[in-house]
Design a protein around this ligand. Structure first.
Ligand code: SF4
Length: 417
């Protein structure tokens, strides 16, 4: 049996930061002190903050439903409304929870999700977010606006950036009308600077996992990325990541291991299985295997955001996002990460209801395995629908994979002798 994992002390500050965000949202709704915008997780949050909106991120809400393992209660409610079992289970669990009159936000004093004055999507990640927002837009009779982004982008072109820039600028008059104020360019610069600072610190937190043994895992990252998602463009995110970074750097100095006795290192591609984070984290740790990096946590690094060039840099960070790219740039990206984090293998999560963030269905694992000379594992599951995930199957597959990696390493050692 492996030694127990050391908990991060920063988790207390994380809880405070997230709790203050949810309470602030609730207070603004209750006292009507600010207009409410909904935003997709990689939508134009900086612009909304600059206009004085409080911002709700439904994907964060859906992830709470998944992590709290209540999502499966709500899925059938949305299916009964004609939303298929095969589409995004974030969407179906969130709409189902709304129709059931329940939300984990009630723990922070909110009466369910905050009613939006405007819903702002970006389809750079998928079409589902637009359908999701349009459902609420019809419920509340409020505007649903957004960016229709290019998908499957190869090399990012100036034409694509120009197109998204124009779409971003076209949102402004509608948002100004809803907010009842004019966009102040100084406030936009401030929000952009806050987003860039937090992103840079978040990136530094993640790259502490290049250290061997790693002080941080993908499973830690899925929890600690909360401020990077919901506080993008607000100063609190950078404050939190300063705290987390200090702890992680201290861990690398003093040799605290996220996975005691770390022997193997893996990369995770695809969505988390929110309802099984702890179980998966424990299983990997039992095999002394650290999942040290992921496409998912890295997707909230926006290094091209530039306060001096807000519109085009927002557009660029939207177009060049991993999930919006074609297989070739995605493979180049994963190859870089495999080398940077020095991993022994890659886990591809085949997420049943999210083909948009599943990269295992068109031959990528085999291509990468052949090119990089490392094995890959496909795990069947889902982001929120736990009917698609089997604990036994996952454990058996992980065990087999770890044995394969260990055998490969032993053979390499013998060959080297
Ligand atoms: S990327 Fe996947 S999980 Fe996220 S909203 Fe779109 S379909 Fe749902």
């Amino acid at each position: 049996m492996a030694a127990p994992r050391a908990e991060l002390a920063s988790t207390a500050a994380l809880r405070d930061t997230m709790s203050a965000y949810y309470r602030g949202l609730g207070e603004a709704v209750e006292k009507k002190t600010a207009p409410v915008a909904w935003c997709t997780s990689v939508g134009p949050a900086e612009l909304l903050r600059a206009l004085g909106f409080v911002v709700h991120f439904p994907e964060n809400h859906a992830a709470m439903l998944g992590a709290g393992r209540t999502a499966n209660r709500y899925l059938p409610v949305a299916h009964a409304q004609g939303y298929s079992q095969d589409i995004c289970s974030y969407l179906t669990s969130d709409i189902g929870a709304y129709l059931s009159g329940e939300s984990p936000l009630s723990a922070f004093g909110l009466h369910g999700v905050p009613r939006a004055d405007v819903l702002v999507f970006n389809t750079n990640q998928c079409r589902d977010v637009r359908d999701w927002f349009e459902w609420y837009g019809r419920q509340w009779n409020v505007p649903v606006i957004g960016i229709n982004s290019p998908r499957s982008v190869g090399e990012v072109t100036e034409a694509e950036i120009g197109d998204v820039t124009r779409q971003l600028e076209a949102l402004v008059p509608i948002l100004e009308r809803v907010a009842g104020t004019r966009l102040d360019s100084a406030r936009l610069t401030t929000a952009m600077s806050a987003a860039r600072d937090a992103s840079a610190l978040w990136e530094r937190c993640l790259t502490t996992a290049t250290h061997r043994p790693s002080p941080f895992t993908f499973f830690d990252g899925t929890i600690h990325m909360g401020p990077a998602v919901v506080l993008r463009g607000a100063p609190e995110a950078a404050t939190y990541y300063g705290t987390l970074l200090a702890e992680l750097e201290e861990r690398t100095r003093t040799g605290v291991q996220a996975v005691p006795g770390e022997s193997l290192r893996l990369y995770w591609d695809g969505m988390p299985v929110w309802g099984r984070l702890r179980a998966l984290s424990t299983t990997f740790a039992e095999f002394r295997t650290a999942v040290v990096a992921s496409t998912y946590c890295n997707s909230w690094i926006f290094s091209t955001l530039d306060p001096a060039d807000p519109w085009r840099s927002m557009a660029r960070s939207s177009v060049e996002l991993f999930i919006a790219r074609s297989d070739e740039p995605k493979e180049r990206y994963i190859e870089r990460m495999v080398k940077l984090y020095d991993v022994d293998g890659i886990v591809f999560h085949d997420c049943r209801t999210c083909p948009n963030n599943t990269n295992s269905r068109y031959g990528m694992p085999r291509r990468l395995s052949e090119r990089l000379g490392i094995p890959t594992l496909m795990l069947d599951g889902d982001v929120n629908d736990l009917r698609c995930f089997s604990d036994e199957q996952a454990k058996t597959n992980i065990e087999g994979f770890v044995e394969q990696l260990a055998d490969g390493r032993a053979a390499a050692g013998r060959a080297a002798r």
